[in-house]
Design a protein around this ligand. Structure first.
Ligand code: AMP
Ligand code: GLY
Length: 416
């Protein structure tokens, strides 16, 4: 099968690398100079047997619909289903209709009712931009004054433009976070192994929210029943609610989950593979990704994905100034040396080529250094050995990726 991957980040590099295990050929549109098979040709002008759309923006803009209208086989929801990520207010409404456990919330377009709702919450406030904001439109704070100021700023339209003129305010929840990516064919869904992302910029979960600074999979703290619970209580009820709304959802439903003392809650849905989650989950697949995505795109998932009994860790190397204003144009060194290490593969994200063809930084998250190992500890050591090989001026990364996964689980603590 000839596969076209749409997008240009680390997720698309990981998708292309794993699809290339069994595809006849893989092109990535537009990709970047660090991803083999990258082509400048727009996806709609490429002739492929299967199109896999990576990022949310083209999905929200209807690229899957336009390709399907031409009779193409496409993995990724249409613009109707992509509203799950394109509008948090719409997504929350659908969650409530589907009976999926989620944080109590209100939707607001003016300041006074929003402040009144804030006053009714106790202690932890969450303010979200309704529209797409590249992972940066969410404030979580226990400071009531900061929350009120954020409401006023977002509703003014200055911070996020039109995407910010509607906000969702939620009660703050607490507990460990996990991501479960489900591959959906419109009616059925199969889940990939849970992964844990690290959303804050700094070590110890400090600093601003980002698109994700690193990930690991599988997640020791996830109970073995978790995947079935996510399918039964969240993904399938959501697919059925979508279906009742006339939406045939074929693509990834990414459930961002919190394991709260009151049980599992869905914080958000995304309509695509998570990034960096895809960089850890996909390399561990032992079954065929091309078949899985082609079956989902065709509306008949039969294959249950299987995974190697190993662990993967990704450490994101970001540019200085990320997420607010990443510095760009710095030469990148050491990718080949990192790739030569056992189990290590570097996925290129915010990467461009300069006039001499050398790779330079071109975005906030520049590289995802991924390592697979027999254990989480081994994968983690290998990933940081890979990070030590790569470099560019101002490179920043977290030092504590996957550290939480190394602490004993409650089951292990009880063992003699
Ligand atoms: P979202 O884009 O909705 O996933 O939010 C980004 C991040 O904000 C999540 O990964 C959580 O860390 C945090 N967050 C979102 N909603 C809540 C909530 N209701 N309570 C506590 N933290 C939240
Ligand atoms: N890693 C978070 C996301 O892909 O949205």
């Amino acid at each position: 099968m000839r596969v076209c991957v749409v997008g240009s980040g680390g997720r698309e590099h990981a998708l292309a690398a794993v699809l290339a295990r069994t595809a006849d050929s893989v092109v990535v549109s537009p990709g970047n100079p660090g991803i083999p098979g990258s082509v400048a040709t727009p996806a709609e002008e490429i002739d492929a047997d299967l199109y896999v759309i990576g990022p949310e923006a083209p999905l929200v803009a209807g690229l899957a619909d336009r390709l399907r209208a031409k009779g193409k086989l496409v993995f990724g929801p249409g613009a109707d289903g992509a509203q799950l990520e394109g509008s948090k207010a719409w997504m929350k409404g659908l969650l409530v209709e589907a009976g999926v456990p989620t944080a109590r919330y209100g939707t607001f377009t003016s300041v006074e009712p929003a402040l009144a709702f804030l006053r009714g919450l106790d202690g932890l406030y969450v303010i979200k931009t309704d529209g797409l904001a590249a992972g940066k439109g969410v404030l979580v704070t226990s400071d009531a004054d900061e929350a009120a100021a954020d409401v006023a700023e977002k509703l003014s339209g200055d911070a996020f433009g039109e995407a910010g003129r509607t906000i969702v305010i939620e009660e703050g929840l607490s507990g460990p976070e996990l991501s479960v990516l489900a591959v959906c064919d419109g009616a059925r869904a199969v889940a990939l192994m849970p992964a844990q992302d690290h959303k804050r910029l700094g070590d110890g979960d400090t600093g601003p929210n980002t698109g994700g600074m690193g990930a690991y999979a599988p997640v020791p703290l996830a109970p073995s029943s978790l995947v079935d619970e996510v399918l039964d209580r969240a993904v399938l009820p959501t697919l059925h609610a979508l279906s009742r709304a006339g939406i045939d959802y074929r693509g990834v439903l990414y459930a961002g989950l919190m394991l709260t003392p009151q049980g599992l809650k869905v914080l958000e849905y995304n309509v695509r593979f998570g990034d960096p989650e895809a960089q850890v989950v996909l390399p561990l697949l032992s079954s065929d990704l091309v078949t899985l995505l082609a079956e989902a795109a065709a509306g008949r998932v039969v294959q249950q994905p299987t995974f190697a009994e190993e662990t993967a860790v990704t450490v994101v190397c970001a540019a200085s100034g990320y997420p607010a204003a990443p510095r760009v144009g710095d030469p990148i060194v050491g990718i080949d040396a990192a790739n030569d290490l056992e189990g290590v593969e570097v996925f290129c994200a915010g990467v461009a080529a300069d006039a001499e063809g050398r790779l330079v930084t071109a975005g906030g998250r520049v590289l995802g250094v991924t390592a697979v190992g027999a254990t989480l500890a081994e994968a983690r050591v290998r990933a940081y050995q890979g990070v030590a090989c790569v470099g560019f001026d101002g490179m920043t990364y977290r030092h504590d990726i996957a550290l939480g996964g190394l602490t004993p689980t409650p089951d292990e603590e009880r063992k003699p």
